[in-house]
Design a protein around this ligand. Structure first.
Ligand code: HEC
Length: 212
């Protein structure tokens, strides 16, 4: 009967792991509040800019496979460069024009679209235009809700609608790190939005140590 203490220990371990969630899970649990979804009117917000096939490959290589899967694709499945459109809330835009900083309650939506080659012989051969949405991301600042002020959100297509991926917000290492290291203004990539970058430079709010 020498094995019974082992059985008892196993039962206790199993019971213990049920009542107490692992520390890693507890740490990434979302703060209380409603699930964040994409505001349906985001296309009426201020258009920051569009980029084509933009990414930081060395940073992406450091991410886990799961985190990489949460990133906007620089190339789409057919290996064409993806367009990335960025929209920002009008109130935040107005405050940014005054101060050069993104204020509390700023929301950004990043929309990734396929690029489509010419469908007509009358168009120039190398020309590309924007096609369907292949990824959606959001970033918002809410000082009262998030200890890090900014929070990041990812979405996936489900029956034609873009639904949030959980847990919310995204763990910091998936999104925050690259934004904090390479984003020029308040962890956002304002250096790629030419009219806004000019404002930040004029107001002196560009981070001196951002890695371009
Ligand atoms: C490897 C670097 C990297 C990582 C990791 C990353 N991003 Fe970004 N993100 C970028 C770049 C580069 C841009 C600028 C895109 C453009 O101008 O088209 C950007 C722009 C954005 C924007 C537009 C607002 C801004 O900050 O300029 C949102 C929203 C966004 N990312 C969400 C996310 C989310 C959500 C995640 C995590 C799932 C994430 N990002 C992870 C590089 C990254």
């Amino acid at each position: 009967m020498r094995w019974w203490p082992i059985v008892l220990a196993l039962i206790l371990v199993a019971f213990g792991s049920r009542v107490q969630p692992p520390a890693a899970l507890a740490a990434t649990a979302p703060p209380p509040g409603p699930v964040v979804t994409i505001p349906p009117d985001y296309r009426t917000w201020v258009y920051a800019s569009a980029s084509l096939a933009l990414s930081y490959p060395d940073e992406e290589a450091k991410l886990t496979a799961l985190a990489r899967a949460h990133l906007p694709p620089a190339k789409t499945a057919d290996q064409k460069p993806a367009f990335q459109n960025v929209f920002v809330t009008p109130e935040a835009y107005r405050a940014f024009v005054q101060t050069g900083h993104w204020p509390d309650k700023t929301m950004f939506v990043l929309e990734v679209r396929t690029s489509v080659a010419r469908q007509s012989k009358f168009l120039s051969p190398g020309g590309l235009y924007q096609g369907d949405i292949v990824a959606m991301r959001m970033e918002m600042r809410d000082d009262a809700r998030y200890p890090s002020k900014w929070a990041w959100f990812n979405f996936e297509q489900n029956n034609g609608a873009w639904r949030p991926t959980l847990p919310q917000p995204e763990p910091a290492k998936n999104c925050l790190q690259c934004h904090a290291d390479h984003g020029a203004v308040d962890d956002s990539f304002t250096q790629f939005y030419p009219t806004l970058f000019a404002i930040a430079k004029a107001k002196g709010t560009v981070k001196p140590n951002y890695a371009k």
